[in-house]
Design a protein around this ligand. Structure first.
Ligand SMILES: Cc1ncc(COP(=O)(O)O)c(C=O)c1O
Length: 441
């Protein structure tokens, strides 16, 4: 990997002052630190002297952080778990909640489908899916469960997935295994050297005669890899095997065309990277499965039509669904391509900067070819040695260093998963670099 020194990278001194890069850090870092920060301490850090060749992307907006309600007393690098909804979108949701509370019978009883239709159209256009096959769900977990409970299983059927699958999905299949006599087989993946193509090939090579359903994550949760799901879907179709894509992280992170992928089912969250209000998920179903695919809650519209069934799953708060389109429009002011590109470039930059800062080897291609807007970086040995468990390290990072970041134990090795959205700044990544090194000293 090519690196530039501080001098060559263009972070040069203006006459008589600290390098502007360092000054930026000093200004931004103060609220996070209990002790003073001195320039020599910063300049002595190896990551400052050996920044990656590629500069970090410019912020989308100088006010990007102000657009979210995130608590500024700590550094938030875990957008991936639950997302964060912009204040403007929350305000619109709040107005809809009040309107529904004012006229519940009219709005929920008589006009629910009319209220959800524009949101469904907006989401369908955003992810390039057929609106007639797009049902709102609370989250991807529910989407996976709806599919698992809609398939007519035969005893001995197998569900195949990578061992990187989301644990809630694992448990959902295991639970069904007890009642329906199906098994889950997990393909063993390597502890490092991940790529989207390699993971797809591992899954395809493991398909067997008893495989009935393949579940493939579009973006893996523990390792943050964008899997080549197109390849998996094509292989499944060629063999007559059902395929469910768990795209929990995909909308807003990737430029999606669900129609183009042509999976049997595609479930996803809009509250993660599209930043819709919490509880906004969806299940997109191919035409041939729509009659047989149902939400988990059987209600009045059972068997009438796909979208009718999903629109009414009993009384619930529909405002997160109603405002999926508001979130899509919110980011459209910057341009979605620009937002995705910013987040991806920052994740790639973070990956390379942290590998350098901690002197650890990359777990995936440093160019970012298998990354979306998250990256996994190994925790350096010195930091790991001080803690009994990943939970312990995550707690110290949060409570002492004021950095919110997931620490993951993957096959006995530890890594952090860094998320980059428009509220994430280069300085936040450097704060993490510093915190992990400080813990290891
Ligand atoms: C791959 C994957 N599937 C499913 C989920 C579950 O999402 P939710 O809790 O919103 O249902 C996640 C959450 O991070 C995930 O990463």
């Amino acid at each position: 990997m090519e690196h530039r020194t501080l001098h060559r990278s263009g972070f040069g001194r203006s006459r008589g002052s600290a390098p502007h890069f360092v000054r930026f850090m000093l200004a931004e870092r103060k609220p996070h630190r209990s002790g003073p920060v001195c320039v020599t301490e910063l300049m002595g850090a190896p990551y400052l002297a050996r920044m990656p060749a590629q500069p970090a992307p410019s912020p989308i907006s100088p006010r990007a952080k102000d657009l979210f309600g995130l608590d500024r007393s700590y550094t938030f690098l875990n957008h991936g778990s639950f997302g964060s909804c912009p204040l403007q979108v929350l305000a619109a949701q709040d107005r809809s909640r009040r309107e529904i509370e004012a006229r519940p019978i009219e709005l929920l009883g008589r006009r629910v489908e009319e209220l959800l239709q524009p949101a469904r159209q907006a989401v369908a256009a955003f992810v390039q899916a057929d609106a007639a096959g797009l049902g709102f769900m609370v989250n991807a977990t529910e989407g996976v469960n709806a599919v698992l409970h809609s398939i007519e299983w035969q005893r001995g059927d197998e569900v195949l997935a990578l061992d990187m699958l989301y644990n809630a999905v694992r448990k959902s299949v295991q639970r069904l295994g007890v009642s329906h006599g199906i098994t889950l087989r997990e393909v063993v993946t390597p502890s490092e050297g991940w790529s989207g193509e390699k993971l797809a090939n591992l899954l395809i090579d493991a398909i067997a005669s008893q495989t009935r359903l393949v579940i493939v994550d579009h973006v893996t949760s523990p390792t943050a890899i964008v899997v080549d799901v197109q390849r998996v879907i094509q292989a499944c179709k060629a063999r007559g095997i059902l395929v469910l894509v768990d795209g929990a992280h995909a909308p807003g992170m990737l430029d999606l065309s669900i129609n183009g992928l042509d999976a049997d089912w595609y479930t996803a969250n809009l509250h993660k990277w599209t930043c819709a209000p919490k509880g906004c998920g969806m299940l997109v179903t191919a035409p041939q499965h729509r009659n047989a695919t149902h939400p988990l809650a059987t209600s009045h519209h059972f068997g009438l039509a796909y979208t009718k069934e999903f629109d009414w799953q009993g009384t619930r708060d529909i405002t997160a669904w109603m405002h999926a389109g508001t979130a899509i429009e919110f980011f459209a002011q910057f341009g979605w391509n620009r937002v995705r590109e910013h987040n991806h470039s920052l994740a790639v930059w973070a990956h390379n900067a942290l590998c350098e800062a901690w002197s650890v080897a990359p777990l995936t291609d440093a160019s970012g070819s298998s990354m979306g807007s998250m990256c996994a970086v190994r925790v350096p040995k010195a930091t790991r040695m001080k803690h009994a468990s990943v939970e312990d390290l995550a707690r110290v990072l949060y409570e002492r260093e004021r950095v919110e970041i997931p620490v993951i134990d993957w096959k006995g090795e530890w890594h952090v998963r860094v998320s980059a959205h428009i509220h994430t700044a280069q300085e936040d990544i450097l704060r993490l670099a510093d915190a992990v090194r400080a813990i290891g000293r």
